[in-house]
Every structure is written in structure tokens, then in C-alpha cells.
Design a protein. Structure first.
Length: 224
């Protein structure tokens, strides 16, 4: 596990790395991923180092994983690279989010947002398994939903989309009537909030349009 923090920075600019150490029955496999909007290698490395230490201190099992806001780390005595397995987790903080006033309309816009960025992350090679966007859901309140999706970079585009679809289904079940929510899994994670929580400094892609039943339009602002 000690090699993860150094290997991930040295590997490439995507801040993702698979590594292994030991031989035979003593071989351990490790994976580390920093969130796709992280561009500072020091921030990435510090998150991986902290996550690795916490994981080793808290978990003594043969397969363990930890999620932080900016990174995730996993280790196992079984080789798991490129194996897509959905294991959705529901953080307790979801229950602390406030409820929205119009859940039916909110869910429609939220689902539209998350499905669009999921397609971007999975099938647009330029996105590198990561996408963010925001969309207006209330002109009166000038309110927007900010969404983020990400997959580990060792799985296929179809496996990524499948994982995100499962996560979005759980997100709708737990949180589509709340002001924020997160679902994490081994190979993907999804998140939304009414406040911007990701790095939106990069230029925006062309806008998508969400039609309402009254023929009005909502603009979806896709981030690079």
C-alpha cells in the first residue's frame, strides 16, 4: 500500500493507478483513483496517502475499500483489476440533506442531468470516465443542480455506463427528493448537490436542452 501514493502521481495525468506487491499467496493488489477534476498532484498524493493509512488502520480484511471526497483506495488479496462489480453504498450523510419542495419535477431534471453526464463519462473518450455538469431546475429561485459521475479507468465503457445506471437508480430511490446525495461503488460513483462542489474552471462544452411539459427549456451546462 505504501507504493500507491507515489505510483499514482508518476503513472500519468489521469491520477489513477493499479499496482501489486508481493508474490504468490502474499501478493496484494491495490488501486487508487483521484477525482477527475483534481489537477494538483500534491492534493491527489496527500489524499491517497491519508486514505491508504486510514484503510490499513480501520480494515483488517482481505478486501477493503475507502472513499474520500477527492479520492478512493482499494486493496485485495484477489486480483480485481478490470473486473466490474456493482456494490453500491449509501453514505449516512444522505439522510441529513434537506427535502426539496417539488420532488416530482426535481427528480425529472435530476435524472436527465445524471443520465447525460453518465453517457459523456462512459462513451466520450475525451472525458476519461469522468463528467460534471449543472442544470437549472427553478427559474424563479435561480436554482441549479450540480452533478458528478466517475468510473475507475480500468473497466470498459459499457461496464462504466452499467455501473452508473445502477448507481443512478439507487440515487433516485434514496435522494431524488433531497438537496443532495451520493452513491459510491467499487467501480463508479455519482453525486449531486444544489451547491457547486467540483472544479468548474475548465471551459464548458455545448449546452444540452431539457424540455418541460409546457415547452419551456432548461439548459444543461456540461463541464470538461
Amino acid at each position: 500500500m505504501e507504493t500507491l501514493s507515489s505510483n499514482i502521481v508518476a503513472s500519468n495525468t489521469s491520477f489513477f493507478n493499479n499496482t501489486s506487491t508481493g508474490e504468490g499467496l502474499d501478493e496484494v493488489y491495490g488501486q487508487a483513483l483521484c477525482r477527475g477534476d483534481i489537477t494538483n498532484s500534491t492534493v491527489c498524493k496527500e489524499c491517497i496517502e491519508k486514505a491508504s493509512k486510514d484503510l490499513m488502520n480501520r480494515c483488517k480484511s482481505e478486501d477493503a475499500m475507502i472513499w474520500y471526497d477527492l479520492c478512493q483506495v482499494r486493496y485485495s488479496f484477489q486480483m480485481f483489476f478490470s473486473n466490474a462489480v456493482y456494490t453500491g453504498k449509501y453514505p449516512k450523510q444522505n439522510d441529513l440533506e434537506k427535502r426539496v419542495s417539488d420532488p416530482t419535477s426535481f427528480q425529472q431534471v435530476l435524472t436527465y442531468l445524471m443520465n447525460n453526464i453518465s453517457n459523456e463519462a462512459a462513451f466520450n473518450p475525451a472525458k476519461n470516465m469522468f463528467a460534471t455538469a449543472d442544470i437549472e431546475f427553478s427559474k424563479k429561485k435561480k436554482a441549479r443542480i450540480y452533478g458528478l459521475v466517475e468510473c475507475t479507468k480500468d473497466i470498459s465503457d459499457t461496464d462504466c455506463r452499467s455501473c452508473l445506471s445502477s448507481a443512478i437508480t439507487e440515487l433516485n430511490a434514496c435522494c431524488s427528493y433531497r438537496e443532495g446525495g451520493i452513491i459510491v461503488s467499487r467501480n463508479c460513483n455519482v453525486r449531486f448537490d444544489l451547491s457547486e462542489f467540483f472544479n468548474a474552471s475548465s471551459s464548458a462544452a455545448p449546452l444540452l436542452i431539457f424540455p418541460t411539459s409546457r415547452g419551456n427549456k432548461r439548459l444543461l451546462n456540461l463541464k470538461n
